[in-house]
Ligand binder design. Structure first.
Ligand code: TYD
Length: 127
């Protein structure tokens, strides 16, 4: 991500949609993260996402059914691409954190897998 910094007036971040792995159809954001609780705890069958921290910092854990990777995101990090089929957990957000997410598809609850055991079975069936 490109940042244009101006020492006297602030920092401007920019993403050209043409540079992304998909053309976003939706953007949403999360703020007011509650101390000690997590978000996410689901996977998507088809949806791709890009997570960008606009303020603060948090950790996103990604599971692919076998392995887990942990990603600490802050305002100075690059964006995190979350490809379809990844179980994600957002945790340990600092007070005041704002997370913006670009999504490849419109909201569709039927694209979610919210149960871990269902996810493991689904993941096994897609291999
Ligand atoms: P969810 O994706 O589960 O949030 P998180 O992964 O941050 O924990 O969404 C929380 C609620 O918001 C759920 O009831 C679905 C709803 N929602 C929408 O209505 N539209 C949207 O675009 C999104 C992302 C969620």
């Amino acid at each position: 991500m490109k940042t244009i910094s101006d020492a006297t007036s602030g920092d401007l971040g920019v993403i050209e949609f043409q540079d992304l792995p998909f053309a976003p159809k939706r953007v949403y954001w999360i703020r007011n993260f509650q101390l000690g609780s997590t978000r996410g705890n689901h996977a998507h069958r088809h949806l791709s996402q890009i997570a960008i921290v606009l303020q603060g910092r948090l950790i996103i854990d990604l599971f692919d059914g076998n392995d887990r990777t942990s990603h600490e995101l802050s305002v100075t990090s690059d964006y995190l691409e979350i490809t379809p089929g990844k179980w994600r957990v957002m945790r340990d957000a600092a007070p005041g954190t704002v997370l913006m997410v670009l999504a490849s598809l419109e909201y569709d609850e039927s694209d979610y897998i919210r149960d871990w055991n269902t996810y493991l079975k689904w993941h096994e069936s897609t291999r």
